[in-house]
Design a protein around this ligand. Structure first.
Ligand SMILES: [Zn+2]
Length: 134
């Protein structure tokens, strides 16, 4: 489910200001898929809530917790058009080919540490900060 999309971005070094072209891989959802995903996650949470009814004492916390959690997760998914999978490119600091997992977040810019040299890198849209080019 979801369409696999590759988008051009930039890795920007926080220490030297140099940038490298990079690619962000994400999953794009249609309106229908967004709703299906939202409903599925809500039903899953509510199923867990229903099972938690059987657990003595803990159910006072778990049942409303999962019930509300299902609504929160579903409403978030309802609005999620894109989920980031990972970003690949050359680290501007150490020059290594790196792959950064995005934890499902597709918004830019975002900041990560290089998995190789641990230096902070900004993931940003290409040409960010440059005004003259279209
Ligand atoms: Zn690095």
């Amino acid at each position: 489910m979801g369409e696999q999309v590759t988008r051009s971005i930039e890795f920007k070094s926080q220490s030297s200001d140099s940038t490298n072209p990079a690619e962000m891989h994400l999953t794009a959802f249609s309106q229908q898929e967004m709703k299906t995903r939202a409903l599925k996650s809500m039903l899953t949470f509510w199923l867990i809530a229903a099972i938690c009814v059987l657990i003595p004492i803990a159910h006072f916390v778990l049942v409303p917790g999962f019930f509300i959690g299902g609504i929160v997760v579903a409403s978030r998914r309802w609005k999620t058009e894109e989920e980031g999978r990972d970003a690949t490119g050359i680290c501007p600091d150490c020059g290594k080919d790196i792959c950064i997992p995005l934890d499902k977040i597709a918004e830019l810019p975002q900041w990560h540490d290089c998995p190789d040299c641990s230096k902070p890198i900004a993931l940003q849209p290409p040409e960010a900060g440059k005004t003259s080019q279209s």
